[in-house]
Write a protein that binds this ligand. Structure first.
Ligand SMILES: Nc1ncnc2c1ncn2[C@@H]1O[C@H](COP(=O)(O)OP(=O)(O)OP(=O)(O)O)[C@@H](O)[C@H]1O
Length: 276
């Protein structure tokens, strides 16, 4: 891989995705350009149907674009999928109920022929990272929703990916667990240096986690604005602490994202001040 390509985790250019034909045609994505730098945390936010999941699925090569190009670490999406260049965590934790917590985390390593002793060591490390060392032998149905999601994140991290693709991973959690999970994700990203493309419906979640928040609108699905949270005075995503939730820059960024979602001129909303 050349030096230039390795600078980007994701490079999306001129992407269009059309479903169906004739009167039933849906333009899920139109003219989408997006670059996610190595180690950068980028969230996608927008109303239902604006194409967030479609974009994530295209990056993960679970679907194919009608037009445009997608590169992951400089490779076509298909090559990156085959090379296991990223980990995936979606809203449903998607754990195998008959396997233990350790067995679930171990699975990708087993499927890729990692030797037993190495697998064991890696699983122990990952469970420690997500704070579940004491639950290695439990089964998923013995865990809370937040704990199951942490198992799914550990599994997504098993092969030390430089990129994580996450589609509303905390959407089903209560607010307190959700904030705790967000704090943990920040810590994990700082420790692993992974880039993240993260889909969410929550403005505060997007702002707290991200370096940049990408705002989308539907029919056709397009990027309508990008808020660089760092420009609002928050530390970069890897250096973020829980205190960021109380900082002025946080509320400024929340107001900016909200303004973009509602189609208001950003300057007016920002000048207006804080969350309403
Ligand atoms: N397989 C498909 N066949 C037909 N239409 C589809 C398909 N997948 C998505 N769409 C349409 O594409 C548009 C974008 O859908 P997508 O799921 O990407 O939106 P989203 O922003 O993730 O929505 P939500 O926030 O509700 O999850 C929607 O109008 C949806 O109905």
């Amino acid at each position: 891989m050349n030096q230039h390509a390795s600078q980007h985790a994701i490079a999306v250019a001129g992407v269009r995705r059309v479903f169906g034909k004739g009167r039933k045609q849906v333009i899920a994505l139109e003219d989408v350009d997006l670059v996610v730098g190595a180690g950068e945390f980028v969230s996608l936010i927008g109303p239902s149907g604006c194409g967030k999941s479609t974009l994530l699925r295209l990056v993960a090569d679970l679907d194919t674009a009608t037009a445009g190009t997608l590169e992951i670490f400089g490779k076509p999406a298909r090559r990156a999928r085959l090379d296991q260049d990223y980990g995936i965590a979606f809203q449903q934790a998607g754990l195998l109920p008959w396997r233990t917590v350790a067995g679930n985390v171990e699975l990708p390593l087993k499927l890729h022929g990692v030797a037993s002793a190495q697998r064991k060591a890696r699983v122990a490390e990952l469970l420690d990272l997500v704070g579940l060392s004491d639950f290695a032998k439990n089964h998923p149905d013995q865990l809370s929703g937040g704990m199951q999601q942490r198992v799914a994140i550990a599994r997504a991290l098993a092969e030390s990916p430089r990129l994580l693709l996450m589609d509303e991973p905390f959407g089903a959690l209560d607010e307190i667990t959700r904030e705790r999970m967000q704090n943990e994700l920040v810590r994990i990203c700082a420790e692993t240096g992974a880039a993240v493309l993260f889909v969410t419906h929550s403005i505060p979640e997007a702002v707290f986690l991200s370096d940049r928040v990408v705002v989308m609108s539907p029919r056709p699905g397009r990027i309508t604005g990008v808020v660089d949270v760092r420009a609002d005075g928050l530390a970069g995503a890897h250096d973020r602490t829980e205190r960021a939730r109380d900082e002025e820059g946080f509320f400024r960024a929340v107001a900016e994202v909200r303004g973009l979602l509602h189609g208001a001129p950003v300057a007016t909303v920002a000048a207006d001040g804080l969350e309403k």
